[in-house]
Design a binder for this molecule. Structure first.
Ligand code: GDP
Ligand code: MG
Length: 440
């Protein structure tokens, strides 16, 4: 995945505490390629890359992150911003009936999405009426009827002999009289944007004064999506977008382009042909999907929250003064791991790790860490500061005190020694980096 590639790219950069033009070059190239593969329009990609670059340059890598994680978190934040920030639902607080007008090209998924939205609103205990203003294709009205029946939404019958304006007028009257909360108006679409279609939907819009005018667009139309979106956006006051056919392996790159061009929030994703295949759009989820990572980022966020920065700073000071990494420091570090929910919880968030049986993970998790802490707690202060004094008889005492065996104590001491060595090596790489090494 992209995030794995980025991590790998930054692997050799552990010794650097800053993101620089030089060390992010490869990573930027990867992001660019991934976005182009997701079919994001070229100028949108270019713009995005420039922004990420500008933000990343000179950024101090946070103590709790590796340079790769720092870079990914910048990319992700920018993606979320670009995708609209927070998730936005339907705005239906108008005087009932609130009208939802569906606009878009033929085949984009308007009729299907009308059914999906009806279902979604019925679940929220709204009274929903649907109507079709598609008088050009004989089967279009029947199609909506079938869809409405499937989701148990009320259907206002219309006829190809009426004009779209007449249909809208009649349906609105019924919706008012019978106190519907929402009227969803399905419309006709053409293969390509044309003047007649635009005039017609503009007319419907003027008359219906919809609370929501949703632009339905097929994500598979790729870069053309942006152009269509722009044409509709110019003609109509769109309030939101339904991006359809984001199922399968499409990664939703179109979302980035559509959002950019219309400037309107994407409100829903169509993720399948079935009428329950509708998702409320969450920018942060699509950002993660584009980056193709498991839950790595929530892991980073957690680490940022929980790691006791003061302690980390103090430890860093100590190193500056040339002191070693003693067993007290080691215990602090182990405690921080427990704080974060233990190694098992951390592993769970990494891609691919969910397949590892819980039994195995738990073994790594609690037992080892708690035992190690117990062993260190059974030592005297002097022993913790100068582990060299711990010889056979002390080991026996410590094991007995912590309810462990001498081999456990030996293993703990060996792990600590390895850590100490690693620290020494990393000291040359600078303080921030050393701290990162300890935590990751
Ligand atoms: P309209 O012409 O805009 O009303 O489009 P339709 O609602 O008739 O949909 C056109 C085709 O796209 C139909 O075959 C739908 O089943 C299909 N479709 C609509 N939305 C989705 C979606 O989210 N995922 C998939 N896979 N197919 C969809
Ligand atoms: Mg239709």
């Amino acid at each position: 995945s992209l995030s794995e590639n980025l991590q790998a790219t930054f692997k050799e950069l552990r010794g650097q505490g800053r993101l620089t033009e030089d060390n992010i070059k490869d990573a930027l190239r990867q992001v660019r390629r991934a976005l182009l593969e997701a079919d994001v329009a070229l100028d949108v990609v270019r713009d995005f890359i420039d922004r990420v670059k500008e933000r990343a340059l000179g950024e101090q890598v946070r103590t709790s992150l590796t340079p790769g994680q720092e870079f990914i978190s910048i990319v992700r934040e920018e993606l979320i911003t670009e995708l609209g920030g927070a998730s936005q639902g339907l705005e239906l607080r108008a005087q009932p009936p609130a009208v939802i007008l569906m606009a878009g090209l033929q085949g984009s998924g308007k009729t299907t999405s009308t059914g999906k939205l009806a279902r979604y609103l019925l679940e929220q205990k709204k009274r929903v009426l649907v109507v079709s203003c598609d008088v050009y294709r004989p089967a279009a009205i029947d199609q909506l009827k079938t869809v409405a029946e499937a989701v148990s939404a009320d259907f206002h019958p219309s006829s190809p002999l009426q004009s779209p304006a007449q249909i809208a007028d009649a349906a609105l009257a019924v919706a008012r009289k019978e106190l519907y909360d929402v009227l969803i108006v399905d419309t006709a679409g053409r293969q390509t944007v044309d003047e007649k279609m635009m005039q017609e939907i503009k007319g419907l819009h003027d008359f219906l004064k919809p609370a929501e005018t949703l632009f339905v667009i097929d994500s598979m139309t790729g870069q053309d999506a942006a152009k269509t979106a722009a044409a509709f956006g110019d003609a109509l006051a769109l309030t939101g977008v339904v991006l359809t056919k984001v199922d399968g392996d499409a990664r939703g790159g179109a979302a980035l382009s559509v959002r950019k061009v219309t400037g309107k929030p994407i409100k829903f994703l169509g993720v399948g042909e079935k009428l329950e295949a509708l998702e409320v759009f969450h920018p942060e989820r699509l950002a993660s999907r584009i980056l193709g990572m498991g839950d790595v980022l929530s892991l980073i966020e957690e680490a940022e929250k929980k790691i006791d920065r003061q302690k980390a700073e103090k430890l860093a000071q100590k190193f500056k003064k040339g002191k070693g990494f003693d067993l007290e420091d080691y215990r602090d570090q182990l405690a921080q791991m427990v704080n974060m929910g233990g190694l098992g919880a951390m592993l769970d968030k990494l891609p691919g790790m969910s397949q590892i049986p819980a039994q195995v993970k738990n073994q790594i998790n609690d037992k080892e860490i708690t035992r190690a802490i117990a062993i260190i707690n059974s030592m005297t202060l002097q022993e913790r500061r100068f582990p060299d004094v711990i010889k056979a008889s002390r080991k026996k005492r410590i094991a007995a005190g912590s309810g462990t065996q001498v081999p456990d104590v030996n293993r703990l001491l060996k792990q600590h020694m390895q850590m100490q060595k690693m620290m020494k090596r990393m000291r040359k790489g600078g303080m921030a980096n050393m701290m990162r090494g300890m935590q990751g």
